[in-house]
Design a protein around this ligand. Sequence first.
Ligand code: SF4
Length: 389
Amino acid sequence: MPERHALLSPSRAHRWLECTPSVRLEEMFPDKTSEYAEEGTVAHKVAEIAALSATEQISEHGYNDLLSMLKKNKWYTPDMLEDCTAYAELIRDKWLALKEKTGDATVMIEAEIGFEKWVPEGFGTADCLILADGFMEVIDFKYGKGKRVDAFENPQMRIYTLGAYETYGLVYDVEHITMTIFQPRISNGVTSDEISIDELLTWGETYVKPRAKLAFEGKGDFKPSAETCKFCKAKASCKARAEENLKAFDEGPDVFLLSPEEAGKLLERASDIEAWLKDLENYVQSSLLSGAKVPGWKIVEGRSNRAFSDPDKVVETLLERGIPEACIYKPRELITLTQMEKDFGKKAVAEMLGGLIVKPAGAPKLAPESDKRPEYTPTDEIIKKFEEE
Ligand code: SF4
């Protein structure tokens, strides 16, 4: 995978398209890596070679050599290989289906694309492109498991698609475009969206182009929200975000008790407050730990729990005193399904225990109206339970 990164990268498009000054503000902060990012990089490399092998672009021998090198990485797991193999199989099936339909189809893994026509210095790498006469599909592999990323109206996917169309689309006279996200660690994690060439190009010209220009120049209005600020490097010290969160308290209720409608409105306006306070806390704490003074705050020693210094000696002593083992050890407990899948692999667990796995209905959970899940209709029993609490 190329190591170059565009300033206005597709992966951050959801932020710079909304909050255009964020890109230049973020330049003031160092790049940080996380364990999730390191794991994601390894998974992308495994996915890349699995896809190359499944589409006959590297030999079995070459694949095994590359895989054995990746297996030495601390983030590699058999589960990762299983997920990446499923991604490769999806690509192969789509490629073969399109080949059958059109007579010829090309699949490109880690395809370099350019979208400078709409985004200054815009370039990137699409995980997978499948091209055939009149057709194009852009597939993105996502290894995150915290948050579902849906392909529907996804700006990152659309910018990849603009780049793919600009770079290869004319050769194939593309008319039909599909964008697919493959996110194996999220249930039902394969989502797709379609867009016409006209709609895509209009979106690029009328929405992306002017906003990318503003973003590149560091101009435009700050647009703080829980979504845009979540991964912004400026999130802890950004004044626009602080002001937006404090606004939630501007219009105080004029009666003593909040109605459910007023509570709902407050929740909506305060959706970023919890995350913002956590970011402020981390910011002040890391400033103090690096030696800065922050009036009103200091670092103290946190709580700690007592522990046995020598667990084997503890067992020996208790047994000598005649205390039975059953009173010393925790009762035997079945490991969780997730742990089992980690230990034996998802496929093996599904084969052995598929008929014994159930997914009970989830407990009712508050969600904003924009949430894609269908509305839950509570049973009388659940309403009664909530009223009792
Ligand atoms: S923290 Fe939010 S409002 Fe501030 S620059 Fe970043 S995305 Fe924009």
